[in-house]
Design a protein around this ligand. Structure first.
Ligand code: ZN
Ligand code: ZN
Length: 287
C-alpha cells in the first residue's frame, strides 16, 4: 500500500488535532521520514461552519462538534513548532483542510491570512442544514434523496470553486465513498459532467489545483477521489496543478496508494505534482 512513495508527496493527512483522528503527530512525522517523502503536509480538519464554540450556534442538531477554530490553532501551532524541531529531516508543510469555505468565506479568508500556513485544502463535507456526509444515516434515504444530495453536493462544489481562494480542491466525489461504496446506491455521474467541467474551469482560471485523494482506493469504493477521467477533464479545462494525498487518519495509512495516485496523474497527462510552501506551488517530477 505504501510501496514506491520515496520522492513523492503526501499532502492530505490528519493527526490527533483532527476530531476524527488519534494519530500521534510525531509518529506521523517519523513515518513520513522513513517513507522518504519529498514533502509531507499535515492538514488537520477545520470546519468553517463550526469555527466557534457550541453556544454561538444555539440549538443546531446537524453539527456534531464545534470549536474548529480552537482545533485549528492547536494544530497549526504544533506543526509550526515541529517544523523547527524536525528541520532538515523532513520537508514538513503546515496545512489545513478547511470545510465549507463557500458558506463562511470571511472565516476562510481570515485563516488564509495566517502567515504560519503553507497550504489550504478546500473541502466540502456538509451541506447547509444537512448532516455531514460522513455522519448521515443512509438507511433512512431512498434513491431520490441521494439524487438530490448529489445535485446539492455538486452545486456546493461549484460555489466553493467560484470562491476558490484555497490552494487545492479536496477529494472531489468523496461522497461516493458512503453512497456507492458503503450503502450500495448508484449515482448517474454523467449528469454532473458539465458542472464538474465548469468547476474545473473556475479553478484553472485562478491557477488552483485539485488533489488525487487515494483514500477511496483502500476503502470499499475502490477508486480515487476523483477518478482518472476527471483528472483528465481538469487538464482539458486548463488545470495545471495536481496534488496527491492519502487522507491518512492513522500512521499506517500515511503514503497509502500514493504511488497509484502518481500513476493516475501521469496517465491523465500530468508529468509533475505539486505541494505548497506559503501557498506557492512547488513541483515534483513524476519522472
Ligand atoms: Zn475531507
Ligand atoms: Zn481529510
Amino acid at each position: 500500500m505504501t510501496q514506491g512513495v520515496r520522492g513523492l508527496i503526501d499532502c492530505h493527512t490528519h493527526t490527533q488535532f483532527s476530531v476524527d483522528s488519534e494519530a500521534d503527530i510525531r509518529k506521523m512525522i517519523e513515518r513520513a521520514i522513513d517513507l522518504g517523502l519529498a514533502a509531507y503536509a499535515i492538514t488537520d480538519h477545520c470546519e468553517a461552519n463550526r469555527w466557534y464554540p457550541k453556544e454561538y450556534y444555539g440549538d443546531v442538531k446537524v453539527y456534531p462538534y464545534f470549536d474548529s477554530g480552537k482545533d485549528y490553532e492547536a494544530s497549526v501551532s504544533e506543526i509550526t513548532r515541529l517544523k523547527a524541531e524536525y528541520g532538515g529531516k523532513i520537508n514538513l508543510i503546515c496545512g489545513t483542510e478547511l470545510g465549507q469555505a463557500q458558506e463562511f468565506p470571511e472565516i476562510a479568508e481570515n485563516v488564509l491570512r495566517d502567515e504560519r500556513l503553507d497550504f489550504m485544502i478546500g473541502s466540502l463535507h456538509q451541506l447547509p442544514a444537512t448532516e455531514d456526509f460522513a455522519l448521515m444515516d443512509y438507511s433512512l434515504l431512498v434513491q431520490s434523496d441521494i439524487d438530490k444530495l448529489m445535485d446539492r453536493y455538486f452545486e456546493g462544489i461549484y460555489e466553493l470553486c467560484r470562491w476558490g481562494k484555497f490552494d487545492i480542491l479536496g477529494h472531489l466525489t468523496y461522497t461516493l465513498r458512503y453512497i456507492e461504496g458503503e450503502n450500495g446506491f448508484k449515482v448517474n455521474m454523467k449528469k454532473y459532467d458539465e458542472i464538474i467541467a465548469e468547476s474545473f474551469r473556475e479553478l484553472a482560471q485562478k491557477d488552483k489545483g485539485i488533489e488525487i485523494n487515494t483514500s477511496g482506493l483502500r476503502q470499499a469504493y475502490g477508486r480515487a477521489f476523483p477518478e482518472e477521467n476527471y483528472v483528465k477533464l481538469f487538464k482539458d479545462m486548463g488545470g495545471e496543478i495536481i496534488s496527491l494525498g492519502s487522507d491518512a487518519h492513522f500512521v499506517e495509512h500515511l503514503g497509502a496508494n500514493i504511488a497509484d495516485g502518481a500513476r493516475i496523474a501521469k496517465s491523465a497527462g500530468f508529468d509533475r505534482v505539486a505541494y505548497f510552501v506559503k501557498h506557492k506551488p512547488q513541483f515534483v517530477s513524476l519522472g
